[in-house]
Write a protein that binds this ligand. Structure first.
Ligand SMILES: C[S@@+](CC[C@H](N)C(=O)[O-])C[C@H]1O[C@@H](n2cnc3c(N)ncnc32)[C@H](O)[C@@H]1O
Length: 348
């Protein structure tokens, strides 16, 4: 099968897929931290920024839409902060969660019990009403399935990688034909391979492409009538993905907070993730008429929010040592500050 199908099945197969079995895969007891699971301050700062954005929009019904909400922890943190610090705005906000999985929806409902009546669920972006507000996600796009392409330097063409079985183990293999329109998707992902680059690209150089990410972002952009589309994730621009040090691609697996050498091992038992391609998202959003802000590291993005909170401390709450320590975790370049990047597009 093409790798994209392996990844989709390993992560999302009902009942046994990695993200379907238990919500405990994220966080200390699980396989990896996200900023949302590592520090409650992340939700508070995101809530502050969303409130600023929402207050800058017209009066009327305002929506906060989250996708990839997992167990609802980030939603809960945002709603708690808004309720406490922006009570008037809080009353005007509808919080929507885009969640295709019934299993995860049940985890979220349990976690957001306190906000029943103010949180709505839809199974797909297409089911949302037009959005005036903010559509946000944290580490959603890196969990969407990717196709893997390997460069064949002799034939001067990209070959799609698939997964087979040998001796009871899953193995990588080359597929005879791509199973998707690879040249169109490469163009839409911003991969410009000049003849000069073709002549020096090493044999076996790997890139990942996610049509699912492009479609997801494009659909979100189309839904956004007015406001902001925000995502926080590991990512690179397309040209960075072609840098010599990226020759093995960006596909990774995590288990118990450790990198696993074999991505094909133990499907359903370990995370599989690939860096997102910011150029691809930029193109998809701009095609739908959105304007793009420069991509910032999480360190800089949160730093900007912190400066706003300091100028407006009465409504954010004081900075105690606990918050300061969490800020270190979220913004230190060696920790979560540099690896995570923030992309914002908006429709004025
Ligand atoms: C890496 S986790 C991030 C969880 C959470 N946002 C956080 O920051 O802790 C990615 C989540 O996105 C979910 N997901 C994957 N595809 C999705 C889709 N099309 N729509 C909504 N959620 C999706 C996964 O099931 C998983 O719960």
């Amino acid at each position: 099968m093409p790798f994209v199908q392996f990844m989709e099945t390993a992560l999302y197969c009902p009942k046994i897929g990695y993200y379907e079995r238990t919500h405990e895969v994220v966080g200390r007891a699980g396989d990896f931290y996200t900023s949302a699971s590592a520090a409650p301050l992340f939700a508070e700062l995101v809530a502050f920024q969303c409130a600023e954005w929402l207050l800058g929009l017209d009066d009327g019904r305002l929506m906060l839409v989250e996708a990839g909400a997992h167990d609802g922890g980030l939603a809960r943190g945002i709603l708690c902060w808004l309720k406490e610090h922006r009570a008037d705005l809080f009353k005007r906000i509808q919080y929507w969660i885009v969640e295709p999985s019934e299993e995860r929806k049940a985890w979220q409902k349990a976690n957001l019990d306190e906000f029943a009546g103010q949180v709505w669920w839809v199974g797909a972006l297409q089911d949302l009403p037009p959005v005036r507000g903010v559509i946000l996600s944290n580490e959603l796009v890196d969990a969407l399935p990717v196709h893997c392409l390997a460069w064949n330097a002799t034939a001067r063409k990209w070959v799609e990688l698939g997964v087979g079985i040998e001796g009871g183990r899953f193995i990588w293999l080359e597929l005879p034909q791509p199973t998707f329109d690879s040249s169109t998707e490469m163009r839409l992902a911003g991969f410009e391979i000049s003849p000069g680059l073709e002549s020096i690209l090493p044999d076996g150089f790997i890139i990942e492409i996610s049509p699912a990410a492009r479609q997801w972002w494009g659909s979100a952009a189309v839904k956004l009538e007015r406001g902001y589309l925000l995502t926080v994730d590991y990512g690179l621009a397309a040209e960075q993905m072609l840098a010599p040090q990226r020759s093995r691609g960006t596909l990774r697996s995590y288990k118990h907070h450790r990198l696993v050498a074999d991505v094909l091992e133990n499907p359903g038992e370990q995370d599989i993730t690939a860096h997102i391609n910011f150029t691809q998202l930029q193109i998809a959003g701009e095609e739908a008429g959105l304007k793009t802000d420069p991509v910032l590291s999480q360190e800089r993005f949160l730093g900007q929010i912190v400066r706003q909170t300091l100028a407006n401390s009465t409504c954010f709450g004081g900075w105690n040592s606990k918050r300061a320590q969490q800020l270190q975790t979220l913004t230190h370049p060696e920790h979560l500050g540099r690896p995570f990047q923030v992309m914002v597009q908006h429709r004025p």
